[in-house]
Write a protein that binds this ligand. Sequence first.
Ligand SMILES: Nc1ncnc2c1ncn2[C@@H]1O[C@H](COP(=O)(O)OP(=O)(O)OP(=O)(O)O)[C@@H](O)[C@H]1O
Ligand SMILES: [Mg+2]
Length: 497
Amino acid sequence: MTDNPLLHAAGLSKAFAGVQALDGASFELRSGEVHALVGENGAGKSTLIRIITGAIEADEGSILLDGETLSHLTPQEARRRGIAAIYQQPQIFPELSAAENIALGCERGGLWRLIDRSARRRRAGQLLERIGARFSPDAIASDLTMPEQQLLEIARAIGADARLLIMDEPTASLTEADVENLFRVIGELRDGGAGVIYISHRLEELPVIADRVTVLRDGRTIATRAMPEIDRRELIRLMVGRELSAVFPKREIEPGVTALELRGAGCTTSGVSDVTLELRAGEILGLAGLVGAGRTELARMIFGLTPADEGEIRVHGEGVRIESPADAIRLGIAYVPEDRRRHGVIAELPVRANTTLAALDEFSRYGFLDLGRERDTAAEYVARLGIKTASVDAEAATLSGGNQQKVALGRWLATKPAVLILDEPTQGIDIGAKAEIHRLMGDLAAEGMAILMISSEMPEILGMSDRIAVMRGGRIVGLFDRAEATPERVLELALKE
Ligand SMILES: Nc1ncnc2c1ncn2[C@@H]1O[C@H](COP(=O)(O)OP(=O)(O)OP(=O)(O)O)[C@@H](O)[C@H]1O
Ligand SMILES: [Mg+2]
């Protein structure tokens, strides 16, 4: 152990109106280590990070870099000292190209000063290649998919040549191949002497990538351990302060009528083709595949965002045309997109309004909003999903990342649709709430809802689904019953060229 850690955060406290986000938390990072930071949604992880990067100032406590106290740290100063971060909420400039976005993170001076554009492009290309991204440096950021944007942010942070690299849930929307690439690069940075703070709700990643782990709970540091010395169970106990039971409470439900049926359906513009699929009431159908396999595109097609232009779609046995989300909603189809970080909540609206937004019809009578019922419903979902908020009247922007996602999910659950499409439902959600969401999905299926669940987490796919469809290249390439699906079989189909 070195005497002087790279970073020492000591006794940090931070309160926001009525919420004690950090309460005397401490954290230490050495050079050449990957240090995981874990805790439930709202534990204070992002707040700690924002203090270290100079985005906000602590009420109390100090930050030492190489033993030197940093006071009144600004983001510019943090960057100058070699601190770079990938934030939980995307910080990409949508109208700029990938190369320009990367340049913003690494080049000193403004983006518009005289520069060698081809050198910038080349450098961006190398960075993107290094992390295994398969899009061009010229791609406009807003045209990239969510996982691609995440890779772009990673490339930008790595390009900054930081000595202290902070990653707030970098893998939330990445698939296993991308994660593997990312871990390789993180390993190289560590070997080069950088210190890495790694935040993730995917606990299974930690033994692979982290040297040590620190657990935060309610804004306090609960423990710091060497990763090999702690097992998953102990980690969870430290995070939630109690033992957690079965993670996948799969219930056996007799499937009912066919709620949704696709026959040779496809959408030329989004590359989905020849999809034949049946989804029955009470059934959870898992949609597996790699990023880019067309799973989100299929969901968007069913929801009318990119309408089908071939084949047939039937809802409750009747042929339908779904030309817009309004059509889909009218037919009882709801869609919770993966991109909840951006489109999930309306930041300025209170939690209460965010929860009931999708079911507005139900909450307004003769054009007047029934505020009492809105509050009740919001309160119900806040309790069911364990949403950590000062009250249902708090602005959504004040919630932690994971808690915002729970609000977005609650909003669609509150509409009680016949067909519910969930794209990565538990991404970024902590382990306790995850079990709760899985239980809720089981309840909804038992009530007769048909659920189509896209997930990149193999345990979630295998644990929750009655049947599993595997996609590759915009097509369904295999369908398994729950009993016959294994991780190897699913992966093999997803990968096959
Ligand atoms: N600007 C703000 N105003 C009010 N409360 C805030 C604000 N920012 C954070 N909080 C509160 O501080 C607490 C800690 O939030 P933080 O974002 O640090 O959690 P987290 O550990 O990163 O959680 P997650 O895993 O969900 O990302 C939460 O209860 C959150 O609601
Ligand atoms: Mg956070």
